[in-house]
Write a protein that binds this ligand. Structure first.
Ligand SMILES: [Fe+2]
Length: 495
């Protein structure tokens, strides 16, 4: 029988060479093409049993090529090989009919598994199309169901993880999902730090940190490969005897192991099946990608918040009357949160949104913003655009829903006479109502170019007068119990 023919398409000659060497060394026959166009030409003249293609290539990219292959030779399996995959790439490729998705740098073992699996599927498919028997149909059906299940699980994993932004929440979710996916009761997730694996989340008991040197973890980290500890041996996470196998999965970004996932105490079985190990490895890859993206996002997020804050500080600094306004407003609002016993998360929203609530003033002309006399109606209208401008600045950052409300709605009134939306009380979130009281109090007690500052007593009287029309009475009541509401001062924190 002829050796199975495998076509390799990549514009990178190094990848082409390495892959074709692996393919040949495994006893198959490799052929190469530099891009999708050449690949199609070859496909028209030769029958291949399997194709590996890169995703990003000149002339014709991997997805386009995939579509063409499906019309010329629908039974030829195609596996995608790519350097910097995104989840969207993977989902697109699978939708277009790719049978596997391999990320560079790949290992010969991985290529072998993929080739074997895809050739087995192809054989079964061919058997069926040429009037195959019930056994092959049944086997293929099982293969397909398995693949579908895997894809469904991995897609739900991706969707679930993509909805989380807080790393700690992601860690907890990872442990929960791994335990569900592999039907195991003890799952640990840890991150490497200064020679230790520090456990970030776990089901069941575990040590808080494990020294890496000399332990089995050291080998996994060095080899960047999964490892199975047999039952009966010692569990490195608890120092107890293992009742079932323990599977260690390294989590890798930029070719470095940054964390480990440990799975043991299987329900209804002692050993992991090959499929479960494959699933755990794929799960580990998804998880690594998500954590890497999230960490990048967190860095980006913090940098962005700091940039936005300094932007606000610089807007306020142009005008000595509004200097430190947002800082004071945030502080007053946080004091109200304390009186109303709001959660840490709610206070964090105030912390960000409070500083940024007037960010839209960037879009208001200096001549209006810094005008030393009373504003005309037209100028007032221009100022009134700042909540909408602010919201549009923050909108692209989809994690900011509550903060966005603070920016968009902080000039709304509970009687519906505010701007820009004219919302009434029940439509205005509590945090916005809190910020509104804090904002108005600070505006009243600050000197404006065209009027002197109101005294504390006069400002409080005004808040009480407008309680129930402009402001939420509960919030006004809470403000009166805060240190500043009782006449205290807030020290500006000079940085
Ligand atoms: Fe404002």
């Amino acid at each position: 029988m002829d050796k199975p023919k495998i076509l390799i398409i990549d514009d990178d000659p190094v990848v082409r060479d390495v892959l074709s060497q692996i393919v040949d060394s495994l006893g198959f026959c490799s052929d190469i093409a530099v891009d999708g166009v050449e690949g199609l030409r070859k496909l028209n003249n030769t029958k291949y049993d399997l194709i590996f293609t890169d995703l990003n290539m000149p002339k014709m990219d991997g997805l386009e090529f995939l579509r063409e292959v499906k019309s010329i030779s629908p039974l030829t399996p195609v596996a995608i090989i790519t350097g910097y995959p995104t989840l969207e790439d993977a989902v697109d490729a699978i939708r277009e009919g790719a049978k596997d998705f391999i990320t560079k740098p790949f290992k010969s073992e991985q290529i072998k598994t993929t080739i074997e699996r895809l050739l087995r599927e192809r054989m079964l498919l061919r058997g069926i199309s040429s009037g195959g028997n019930a056994v092959s149909v049944n086997e293929l059906y099982k293969e397909v169901v398995k693949r579908l299940e895997e894809i469904a699980i991995l897609q739900s994993v991706s969707t679930e993880l993509d909805e989380l932004y807080d790393n700690n929440e992601i860690y907890e979710r990872i442990v929960f999902m791994a335990s569900r996916l592999l039907t195991a009761n003890e799952v640990c997730f840890g991150i490497l730090s200064n020679g230790y694996l520090r456990i970030k989340s776990a089901t069941g008991k575990t040590k808080k940190e494990i020294p890496i040197a000399g332990s089995v973890l050291e080998k996994v980290i060095k080899d960047k490969e999964y490892h199975v500890i047999p039952s009966g041996e010692t569990n490195p996470f608890t120092e107890t005897k293992l009742k079932t196998e323990l599977l260690l999965i390294p989590l890798v970004t930029n070719n470095e192991v940054f964390g480990l996932l440990s799975i043991t105490n299987k329900i209804e079985a002692v050993n992991f099946t090959e499929d479960e190990i494959y699933l755990a490895i794929t799960f580990g890859k998804k998880v690594s990608l998500r954590i890497e993206n999230n960490t990048l996002y967190e860095i980006f997020y913090t940098t962005l918040i700091n940039t936005l804050k300094s932007l606000v500080v610089s807007i306020e600094a142009r005008d000595s009357y509004t200097m430190h306004h947002s800082e004071r407003v945030t502080n007053y609002a946080l004091q109200i949160c304390d009186v109303m016993k709001l959660s840490k998360e709610e206070k964090e929203i105030i912390q960000f949104g409070g500083y940024l609530h007037d960010i839209g003033k960037i879009g208001v002309k200096d001549t209006v913003l810094l005008k030393p006399s009373r504003l005309t109606e037209e100028e007032m209208d221009e100022i009134k655009r700042h909540p909408i401008i602010g919201e549009s600045i923050i909108r692209p950052l989809r994690m900011f829903t509550s903060e966005k409300d603070l920016i968009l709605m902080h000039h709304e009134r509970i009687d519906g006479n505010g701007y820009p939306l004219g919302l009434t009380g029940d439509k205005i979130p509590l945090l916005v109502k809190i910020l509104t009281v804090a904002d108005t109090y600070d505006a009243m007690t600050s000197t404006r170019p065209y009027r002197a500052a109101l005294s504390h007593a006069a400002a409080i009287k005004e808040l009480q007068r407008c309680s129930g029309t402009q402001f939420d009475p509960e919030v006004v009541k809470a403000f009166l119990q805060t240190p500043v509401g009782r006449g205290g001062y807030y020290e500006i924190q000079e940085k």
